[in-house]
Ligand binder design. Sequence first.
Ligand SMILES: Nc1ncnc2c1ncn2[C@@H]1O[C@H](COP(=O)(O)OP(=O)(O)O)[C@@H](O)[C@H]1O
Ligand SMILES: N[C@@H](CCOP(=O)(O)O)C(=O)O
Length: 308
Amino acid sequence: MKESIRVFSPATVANVACGFDVLGFALESPGDEIEVRRRDEPGFTVINKTADTVFPGDVNKNTAVVSLKAYLEHLGSEDGFEITFHSKIKPGSGIGSSSASAAASVFAVNELLGRPLAQTDLVQFAMQGEKAAAGVAHADNVAPALLGGFVLVRSYDPLDLIQIPYPEELYCTIIHPQIEVKTEDARKILRKGITLKDAVTQWGNIAGLIAGLMKGDYPLIGRSLKDVIIEPIRSMLIPGFDEVKEAALANGALGASISGSGPSMFALSSSLETAQQVAQAMTKTFSQFEIENHSYVSKINKQGPKIL
Ligand SMILES: Nc1ncnc2c1ncn2[C@@H]1O[C@H](COP(=O)(O)OP(=O)(O)O)[C@@H](O)[C@H]1O
Ligand SMILES: N[C@@H](CCOP(=O)(O)O)C(=O)O
């Protein structure tokens, strides 16, 4: 039996504008890279080999350990593991840093143990990691992180995950301004109620987005990438949001919005060239607000985590 395994687990874009808590997709890069090694005794250790100073070092709060504990408890296992982080998406990024770790650890140990559970069944344990990080066990990051592609959370109780087909030529631009927004905090500022008018607009858009993805209808995807409920509130946490979004649209993006709970923003494009041009335009506009930012251009990740 293998003693250790090294895996990559992808960053994810949750919400995808109109699908708060119910839609997300995975990116080919960036992501977390971890190595999991069996210990001789029960218990867990976390080792940080990344250069990041904001690494979540508390074993009992790290989503990689929280989700792994839930998984092992389900199997009735008392095995212990050491988790070494070789690269890590910055916490509080809005591209699913907490879920990449949660997905990585359960995927890695499930592989080490000879795959006792199917990949879809791992989502419920990774969700426990999200609960520890954000206070809510939302699945719109961990489900695409584990399954790849676009995943719709059709229902939470019971958990019903639907993998949504999407066009091959679809590219995501991510701009990550170097400010931290914790998902837990970004959820607290949301209104508890919405108007019927906004609900009608939002469910028209989410249905349109799913139809557009499945049909490969780019104009429909673009028309549907709108959020009248969450974005107007959370965008206040992102300096220059309106201008950066406008820059993405003016340079050919199908649509743009907040990635997850922010501060990252995402844009979707139908070609790599456009996605790169959109990245340049968004970066330039953010810089006018004197905010340091990192950009990524990525295809959609098809498979979820992978063994390295
Ligand atoms: N392995 C982990 N990776 C990232 N964040 C983690 C991890 N474990 C716990 N956390 C905590 O989760 C929070 C970051 O998650 P979250 O606010 O959802 O940001 P993100 O949008 O980057 O996922 C921070 O409070 C961080 O300390
Ligand atoms: N649906 C959640 C998604 C949070 O994503 P993250 O990448 O910011 O962790 C929310 O909007 O709160």
